[in-house]
Design a protein around this ligand. Structure first.
Ligand code: UDP
Ligand code: MG
Length: 323
């Protein structure tokens, strides 16, 4: 027998959750017909949803014993959701996928074929188009991947997604990375292992809305850069060196001019320019240092990545006590 755990982070997904459940059931059945050794569990993460997501999960878990869920005490973000799912999944293989059907369940049989014999440790999808996404958003996404791959040793594939079919070994490796500032695209790539990419065209959500605003994504990309590159810290040193060189050149020019024209080079404007320039540089560099320091501060505290409020066991025993 081989157990496949399907981990699904959900935040305010009441509209798509029933559709997702229906789709995934079909695929699980199909896979069981093809491979008699397969059994499944569904691990849903309710990431502090404010709609009926939790109610739907409770109901599903009562009806279907394969359904498990973990409900957070508040919204911790998708990264925390994925971590909780991986930590609680018991499967020999673990799938991570979105609830909104943008990660088509129909890919699962194909992905399983890649990992089942251990030829690959991970099968994942790669979007080759971003149809349905705004032009600005796509442009910024491309820019992010360019910068990231220039300044970080960890390669992040453009269009790679958090839709993954992984072996137990790879999941354990990911769980070993206990960092608080989690950037999964980087983590998946950092742990290595053999990964097979399956290319596909972007699929739009059938219902509900994306919870990522433009600024949310922008902040997330900065976090990614800081989690997997220390290059911005180098900017501080480089700017420092550049401004020292400029200062030395200015000093020499000042000396020569002084000798030739009688000492009038140091005008107030010149001094003001230099002051603003140096002041700006210093603030800029301190800012970068501050960002890294604040991230280290959060890491050093060793806060839990998520807090659980309820799961299917707690809910079931509560229901039994009531009856
Ligand atoms: N999600 C989550 N917590 C959050 C935000 C999103 O668990 O704080 C889940 C969401 O329910 C969905 C997945 O992460 O299953 C992807 O979210 P979304 O569709 O909003 O992002 P996009 O597809 O636009 O990148
Ligand atoms: Mg989505």
């Amino acid at each position: 027998m081989k157990l496949i755990s399907i981990v699904v982070p959900c935040y305010n997904e009441q509209e798509v959750l029933p559709m997702f459940y229906e789709e995934i059931q079909k695929i699980m059945k199909q896979m069981q017909e093809e491979h008699a050794e397969l059994i499944f569990e569904l691990v849903f993460i309710d990431d502090g949803s404010r709609d009926k997501t939790l109610e739907i999960l409770r109901e599903m878990s009562l009806k279907d014993k394969r359904v498990r869920y973990i409900s957070f005490s508040r919204n911790f973000g998708k990264e925390a959701g994925m971590y909780a799912g991986l930590e609680n999944a018991k499967g020999d293989f673990v799938v991570v996928m979105d609830a909104d059907l943008q990660h088509p369940p129909a890919f699962l049989p194909k992905m399983y074929n890649y990992v089942k014999d251990g030829e690959f440790d991970c099968a994942t999808t790669r979007r080759v188009s971003r149809q349905g996404e705004s032009k600005i958003r796509s442009a910024f996404a491309r820019l992010f991947y360019k910068i990231m791959n220039k300044i970080s040793q960890t390669e992040i594939v453009d269009g790679a997604q958090d839709f993954r079919f992984m072996s137990r070994q790879m999941v354990d490796a990911i769980l070993n990375m206990q960092e608080y500032n989690r950037f999964s695209k980087g983590i998946f790539s950092w742990v290595g292992f053999k990964t097979q990419y399956i290319e596909y065209e972007n699929v739009e959500r059938p219902a509900g809305t994306s919870s990522w605003s433009f600024w949310g994504l922008f902040r997330y990309s900065l976090e990614g850069i800081m989690a997997f590159s220390t290059a911005p810290l180098m900017i501080a040193s480089i700017l420092g060196i550049v401004s020292c060189v400029v200062a030395v050149i200015l000093f020499i020019v000042w000396l020569i001019k002084g000798f030739c024209d009688g000492w009038i080079f140091a005008t107030t404007t010149g001094i003001m320019c230099a002051l603003f320039f140096i002041g700006g540089l210093q603030l800029f560099c301190t800012g970068i240092l501050g960002q890294y320091l604040s991230k280290s501060y959060l890491e050093v505290k060793h806060r839990p990545i998520y807090l659980m409020r309820e799961n299917e066991e707690i809910y079931r025993s509560r229901q039994e006590n009531k009856n």
